[in-house]
Design a protein around this ligand. Structure first.
Ligand SMILES: NC(=O)c1ccc[n+]([C@@H]2O[C@H](COP(=O)([O-])OP(=O)(O)OC[C@H]3O[C@@H](n4cnc5c(N)ncnc54)[C@H](O)[C@@H]3O)[C@@H](O)[C@H]2O)c1
Length: 350
């Protein structure tokens, strides 16, 4: 299957490209980046494909069946929509788009074209997350009434002044960049409950005075002090659903010392703490005693799982849990948190 990678930056090189290279069914025909050196470097490094700067050239090639969209968030919707309309199947990195309206437009075009549109909610292909889902589905936790989501870092603002901290490009900050993964895990593990109300506040505090932001290292850096910083670096929210109530607390930077990145699934029979990206612990009671244990299992690379599943679904037409139809709810929830914060009131979802 001939595929193309559009956007040859960090996530393309760390995840999409090596995973396609490892998949015996896939062959990368194009590396596309508006920075020509990045596309050229990929051709050289991986020893295959042709470098292009304009993604329309990829879409014109009838041999290309599928594309990965690994660009910044501001062009996710446009590229994904153009690709679908050109008859390509699409794996678009998370978040689906900058706003719920953009994500809805992508979903509409997916429905019109019938081509696949999956979003890079890679945790749905994470073995730890899938095991937790099994625990919840099989009733081991009992009634999961509350989920507490913490994605807080001491100092982890990415590329201060760059694409990640510019709302016009990213759509938002810590919530849209990290929170999307956490909310998606909760929805997936809890069986995609209907969301009723959303209330939230977002803050732009620690990074806004860019020159005085103290840090030890910076991913997606270095800082551009003449750039823009107009996104949330901290967020809190409460989401009521037909299933559990979800409490959200996240930050790229907070004065907390240690980073706190986990999800607590609280059931009346047992609870689980997922150490984000790692394993999890089960807490329960047996025969009047408190018990905790850490399941031991093999964890494969979740990006490889995601790409393998994508390639397979292009062949088989199987609908994956990362389909836009399933993932659109996180776009709606994040939009509602931003809207709630702007209006300082609760938002009811229909
Ligand atoms: N799934 C995950 O865990 C995960 C992790 C990191 C990033 N991401 C997502 O991946 C996306 C890219 O992030 P990144 O860290 O790789 O950014 P990056 O800046 O390292 O790479 C993006 C690349 O896209 C290129 N680009 C921009 N506009 C383009 C266009 N119109 N056509 C072709 N190329 C274009 C840029 O030149 C750049 O090389 C973001 O949406 C981000 O949220 C997801």
């Amino acid at each position: 299957m001939k595929v193309a990678v559009i956007g040859c930056g960090s996530i393309a090189n760390a995840a999409h490209i090596p995973s396609y290279m490892n998949n015996p069914e896939a062959e990368i025909k194009y590396f596309c980046d508006i920075i020509p050196e990045r596309a050229d470097a990929a051709v050289e490094k991986y020893g295959c494909g042709t470098a292009v700067v304009d993604y329309h050239d990829v879409l014109k090639d009838p041999e290309v069946e599928a594309v990965s969209v690994c660009t910044p968030n501001n062009v996710h919707a446009q590229i994904a929509i153009d690709a679908l309309r050109a008859g390509k199947n699409v794996l678009c990195e998370k978040p689906a788009a900058r706003t719920y309206a953009e994500a809805l437009e992508m979903q509409k075009v997916q429905h019109e074209t019938g081509k696949i549109l999956n979003i890079g909610v890679v945790n749905r292909f994470n073995d730890s997350v899938n095991l937790i889902k099994k625990y919840i589905d099989s009733g081991k936790l009992g009634d999961v009434f509350h989920v507490y989501v913490s994605f807080r870092a001491h100092r982890s603002i990415p590329g201060l002044g760059g694409a990640f901290t510019t709302k016009a490009i990213a759509g938002g900050g810590a919530l849209i960049d990290w929170g999307v993964h956490y909310l998606d895990i909760v929805m997936y593990c809890c069986g995609d409950p209907k969301v009723r109300t959303v209330t939230g506040e977002v803050f732009s505090k620690l990074g806004v005075d860019m020159k005085n932001y103290a840090y030890t290292d910076m991913w997606a850096g270095p800082p551009k002090y003449d750039g823009v910083y107009d996104v949330d670096d901290s967020v809190t929210g409460l989401i009521r659903t037909d299933g559990p109530t979800i409490t959200v607390h996240g930050a790229w930077a907070q004065n907390i010392g240690e980073s706190e990145q986990y999800i607590d699934f609280m059931g009346d029979k047992a609870g689980i703490r997922l150490a984000y990206g790692k394993d999890f612990t089960v807490y329960t009671a047996e025969n009047g005693a408190l018990v905790e244990y850490k399941p031991v299992f093999k964890m494969r690379n979740h990006f490889q799982n995601e790409i393998d599943a994508f390639v397979d679904c292009v062949k088989t037409g199987k609908k994956l849990p990362s389909h836009i139809d399933t993932v659109i709810i996180t776009a709606e929830m994040m939009q509602a948190i931003y809207d709630s914060a702007e209006q300082h009131r609760e938002i009811a979802l229909n």
